[in-house]
Design a protein around this ligand. Structure first.
Ligand SMILES: [Zn+2]
Length: 328
């Protein structure tokens, strides 16, 4: 049975880290209803995004934003700040009987609300948000999965068949110490055989699975993910095999979490027929179509050619140039 009827938690969750998750888990376990307020101030991650992070790790809570009522870090909060936040809680029609916090202001806020103060000792994973923000990559292991998904740099390698996308994406992931996401469409083709008749539904399935694999990797242990194709590229394969533009849903899948960089493998390397690949005559058309697609989009892209080493060097330099985590 829950110890309290209605508990409140305040925070910026900027970014959401494992200390927050521990606090939210504990709060949810002792309250019948948990209300989480996400401070909306000058943070560089929109409050709506931070609300979604909290919802993802604490689906049982009611999560909403709260205006920044005092304009400073919570460690400087005074009694007046707590009075203002208590008034805000009451303005939301809430009469909480517990305030759960890992910080000192929690006790003052609880007094203002005539509620119990539950102090969570999260010393094991304690880390100030600003320390994490100063070096996101260096604190990657402390970030909660949805925050990793937000900050993760996605790099997608695309190209026609037998142009070395698999080799390059794998080389690049190894070189960067990044996660590598293989091309699901290739596994699908091997499972279904060469005489498979392609339908739009196949490509929708492939695009969904590739997107899911990329997003799962982005929430994992590496700050960079290199994927061999994505849903945007799957839309081009749909044109090739079905003979008409892909459903807009496939393109929308790729737009939901766009990569920071596309890398296109040029089609000048010798064609290798391995039984699963398209004919060489189609490579030129596919490469041109990829170029056209990438030029029309908002995501930067680089085309790589030459030897395996030259391709890796060009691709790695481009990732460095477009890294959102550098100086960040
Ligand atoms: Zn304050």
């Amino acid at each position: 049975m829950s110890q309290f009827d209605a508990g409140v938690v305040f925070g910026k969750f900027w970014p959401l880290h494992l200390g927050h998750v521990e606090l939210l888990d504990r709060a949810a376990s002792i309250c019948r209803h948990l209300h989480v307020f996400v401070d909306d101030g000058p943070e560089d991650v929109a409050v709506a995004v931070r609300v979604r992070w909290v919802e993802e790790v604490c689906p049982q809570a009611s999560v909403r934003s709260c205006p920044d009522l005092c304009g400073h870090e919570s460690e400087y909060c005074s009694r007046n700040c707590s009075e203002a936040y208590a008034a805000f809680v009451r303005s939301q029609g809430l009469v909480p009987d517990a305030v759960i916090s890992g910080e000192r202001y929690g006790a003052t806020l609880a007094t203002c609300l005539k509620a119990a103060s539950i102090q969570i000792d999260r010393s094991r994973t304690e880390c100030r948000g600003r320390e994490i923000r100063a070096d996101i990559t260096g604190h990657w292991a402390l970030l909660a999965p949805p925050a990793r998904g937000h900050y993760c740099q996605r790099v997608v390698v695309v190209g026609a068949e037998s142009t070395g996308t698999t080799t390059l994406s794998h080389d690049l992931a190894s070189h960067l110490g990044a996660a590598w996401v293989p091309e699901y469409g290739r596994a699908f083709t091997e499972q279904n055989g060469l005489d498979h008749t392609w339908t739009s539904a196949d490509f929708v399935h492939i695009a969904e699975r590739q997107t899911r694999d990329i997003e799962a990797a982005a929430r994992g242990d590496h700050a960079i993910v290199v994927s061999d194709t994505d849903a945007r590229a799957t839309a081009i394969w749909h044109e090739r095999y079905v003979g008409s533009p892909a459903p807009s849903y496939v393109v929308d899948l790729a737009s939901a979490a766009p990569p920071s960089l596309y890398i296109l493998t040029a089609d000048e390397i010798p064609f290798v027929q391995d039984g699963y690949r398209d004919g060489e005559h189609i490579r030129g058309w596919m490469t041109a179509r990829f170029r056209e697609m990438l030029a029309a989009g908002d995501v930067p892209f680089v085309e790589v050619s030459g030897s395996r080493w030259e391709r890796l060097r060009t691709a790695a330099a481009a990732v460095e140039r477009h890294s959102r985590l550098v100086d960040g």
